[in-house]
Design a protein around this ligand. Structure first.
Ligand code: ACO
Length: 352
């Protein structure tokens, strides 16, 4: 018989955030750096996206390296050294097979802990959060380490100015624990959605079973990330506004209760349009797009870790996080910010 009391308090236990970590590579790539090899300009990139620079890993650094750093930071922030489950949300795993989470867990000293990946592109953190909350609610876990980590620089087409200027690398993580609703750090209902009819709007065409089973070699460039940005833009605004309202309603909150909107850092114009539709004033919209670009799944936890570490987000603040990404996927959740000291800093490669 399963002893549910050993891990969690039985079905329908709520989840709280116990600790937060974030990690960015030290290498800063400015718009001017990119303009030396692409037909683009700092003026175009800033005005169309809000991005001034992004961080890219040095050659040899993989997603697991950033994930381990962010994960260790979140564990320290939570004051724990073990958890009952590890989840890694990523679009850029070290290898297609196996999942990266078991390796990350092992490197964090968590051999034996169940560990799995979640793939929901830019909505990955929120899908991972729903997974973690579900493990706690079911009694399968009492604590969960959720890491969202990306090295998008490894999948960008260096010649594609439509994507190369947008994406950055980074990792963010939270430790989730079990507690009743209303507790500090409480995670509200996670509201998620998907529309696979738009699967080809954001994709890496080659390298998967569709291309491999054809028996044909991948066409040049097909291993790179592709995005039909203009078509994604409109849907992103609509879905993010809609799912935000849904998450607020399910949490029993209104826009007026929100201290911070933490939108996926896709594009400054998307974030502004979502805030406008929701009626959230500009000074309540968190942003770091200017410095880090779009870090896909890592975007929201990196933003929150940074904002908590620099004092913008304080214990007790009500946060609404919302994302949209490849799949297509989208999601939103409310978080009552915990009384935890976030650990946010620069990733230092081993041996340097
Ligand atoms: N520098 C200069 N010109 C450029 C650049 C660039 N870096 N990129 C595109 N252009 C050009 C285009 O070639 C085009 O030129 P043309 O008119 O001569 O054909 C013109 O600028 C306009 O291009 P658009 O693609 O229409 O530009 P837009 O204003 O839509 O901006 C962008 C492009 C930034 C990608 C925008 O569409 C966007 O942010 N889309 C949403 C992205 C998103 O939210 N994705 C989901 C999450 S990410 C994920 O899930 C991984």
């Amino acid at each position: 018989m399963v002893d549910r009391t050993a891990r969690g308090d039985g079905p329908m236990t709520g989840a709280v955030v116990l600790g937060v970590g974030g990690s960015l590579p030290g290498r800063v790539v400015t718009n001017d750096d990119l303009a030396t090899r692409l037909d683009t300009s700092d003026e175009w990139i800033r005005s169309r996206t809000g991005i001034g620079a992004r961080r890219w890993v040095e050659p040899g650094t993989a997603t697991s390296d950033l994930a381990v750093d962010a994960g260790a930071r979140a564990l320290r922030s939570a004051g724990v050294s073990t958890v009952d489950a590890v989840i890694v949300a990523t679009t850029t795993p070290d290898r297609l097979c196996p999942a990266v989470a078991p390796e990350v867990a092992a490197r964090l000293g968590l051999v034996g802990t169940p560990a799995h990946d979640v793939a929901a592109v830019c909505t990955g953190f929120l899908y991972g959060l729903a997974n973690g909350v579900g493990l706690i609610a079911s009694g399968a876990a009492r604590t969960v380490l959720l890491i969202a980590a990306e090295t998008f620089s490894t999948i960008l087409d260096p010649q594609d100015r439509g994507t190369a200027v947008i994406f950055g690398d980074g990792a963010g993580a939270v430790v989730l624990g079990a507690a009743g609703p209303g507790a500090p750090g409480a995670v509200g209902p996670c509201v998620l959605g998907s529309d696979g009819i738009g699967a080809d709007l954001i994709q890496i065409p080659a390298g998967g079973s569709r291309q491999r089973s054809s028996g044909l070699a991948a066409a040049p460039g097909e291993h790179y990330f592709k995005m039909r940005g203009k078509e994604v833009f409109r849907q992103a605004v609509e879905r993010m506004a809609e799912v935000s309202l849904d998450a607020l309603a399910r949490a029993g909150l209104t826009v007026g209760d929100i201290d911070h909107l933490a939108p996926h850092q896709a594009n400054m114009r998307i974030c502004a349009a979502v805030a406008h539709r929701l009626g959230v004033p500009e000074d309540r919209v968190l942003a770091n797009l200017d410095e880090v670009g779009n870090t896909a799944a890592a975007s929201i936890p990196v933003l929150l870790a940074q904002a908590a570490a620099d004092g913008r987000v304080k214990a007790g603040d009500q946060v609404l996080a919302v994302a949209f990404g490849g799949g297509l996927t989208w999601g939103a959740v409310t978080l009552a910010w915990p009384d935890a000291v976030a650990s946010f800093g620069t990733f230092v490669p081993a041996g340097s």
